[in-house]
Design a protein around this ligand. Structure first.
Ligand SMILES: [Zn+2]
Ligand SMILES: [Zn+2]
Length: 373
């Protein structure tokens, strides 16, 4: 590991060569494990130990070996802390249980836990979607990269870099396959005032119209040029950087749709850039590269596989304080401030009469919440 400015990053890793650096036995074991055959004895032979030793180690290192048989039930552990137990963690648990007897505090905790926790998911909704598609097995052995995508960064005194979704991608996948699953409110936004026709649904979002974008990693721009109308964003940046006053003439441009993850040479932990919609910039970080193993999904269609969904609080409707805001209303004499955020129901009830005519001369824009995108 080496230190580069504020970040801890690894040496450069050629993703394609990574798989070749593994021993044949390890690679074939990964393959067999994925295929459902237990190959631990093959590793034992490689390590010059007997099969009996492997069996013994399996028993001794089993998670079950940690249990004494006297463990309290889960429910009891949380709610009834034994009197003779004096650990730091149980002291805090006791204190917290006392505090939660206060109804207001209990509600506040429930509210916070509902909307601001990171959720570790083996993304069931995504799996469900995959189940309906034709399944084909993942090629083995294969490489799995963990890619963390961050929210758009808007510079400011209180700006923070916030992680959004984390995906597992295969070495054999193209960069465009990752790009297609990254969600951002900039892609969902729809420009214009819809107050005269709020029920209009056949409208194109920014993602359907402006399809250009690029990844920037280790001095190489990977532009999405799948659509003939796409703009090669990198062209002007490379020209600007190669001017004598800027002195950076090593940047090159490639096509995102022609590049697989196995073609990359990257550093773990290094912040890279994903840019789309003209100026929406996301930091992406590759945090891990490893061989595919038995606990990974085996269907090719499951990838990129979302493993972490980082949720934040949603923007609630300012009228009912319950629904999620779907409209941003400006210049209305009926709302206390401008802009005002309303859900679909309150928007219609407050700002339209029984004949569906707008009340007053306001403007309404569709609002997309990053927490419920
Ligand atoms: Zn974005
Ligand atoms: Zn409402």
């Amino acid at each position: 590991m080496e230190t580069s400015s504020d970040f801890q990053v690894s040496e450069l890793i050629n993703v394609g060569n990574f798989i070749n650096e593994w021993d044949d036995t390890a690679r074939s074991c990964c393959q067999k494990l994925v295929e459902g055959t237990n190959q631990q004895y093959a590793l034992a032979r490689r390590m010059n130990i007997t099969e009996e030793t492997v069996d013994e180690l399996t028993d001794v290192c089993s998670v079950d070996a940690l249990l004494t048989g006297k463990e309290p039930q889960k429910e009891t552990l949380y709610k009834q802390i034994p009197e003779d137990l004096d650990l730091y963690c149980t002291r805090f648990q006791k204190y917290e249980l006392e505090r939660r007897k206060d109804f207001g505090y209990k509600q506040m905790v429930a509210r916070n836990m509902k909307y601001s926790l990171s959720e570790n998911i083996k993304c069931s909704d995504h799996r469900q979607e995959v189940m309906t598609k034709t399944k084909s097995p993942v090629l083995c052995p294969n490489i799995v990269l963990t890619v963390c995508v961050h929210r758009p960064y808007i510079p400011g005194p209180y700006s923070k870099l916030r992680q959004d979704d984390t995906f597992l991608v295969l070495g054999t996948q193209k960069l465009t396959e990752l790009r297609d699953v990254v969600t951002c409110v900039s892609d969902l936004s729809v420009a214009g005032d819809f107050s005269d026709n709020p029920d209009l649904t056949a409208i194109s979002s920014a993602k359907d119209i402006f399809k250009s974008g690029f990844f920037f990693m280790e001095g190489i721009f990977y532009d999405d040029m799948r659509d003939p109308l796409n703009i090669r964003y990198s062209k002007e940046i490379i020209e600007w950087a190669s001017e004598p006053s800027h002195g950076q003439n090593t940047y090159v441009a490639k096509n995102m749709e022609d590049t697989r993850f196995s073609d990359l040479t990257v550093r773990l932990g290094q912040p890279y850039l994903y840019m789309h919609q003209g100026n929406c910039e996301h930091i992406i970080i590759i945090s891990d590269i490893r061989l595919l193993h038995s606990s990974d999904p085996h269907e090719l269609q499951s990838y990129p596989f979302k493993v972490l969904n980082n949720r934040t609080r949603r923007t609630v409707c300012r009228a009912c304080m319950t629904g999620t805001a779907r409209w941003m209303v400006e210049k209305s004499h009926l709302t206390p401030d401008s802009p005002n955020f309303l859900c679909n129901v309150c928007f219609k009830m407050l700002l339209y009469d029984k004949n569906n005519k707008k009340i007053g001369n306001f403007e309404a824009k569709k609002f997309f919440d990053s927490a419920v995108k």
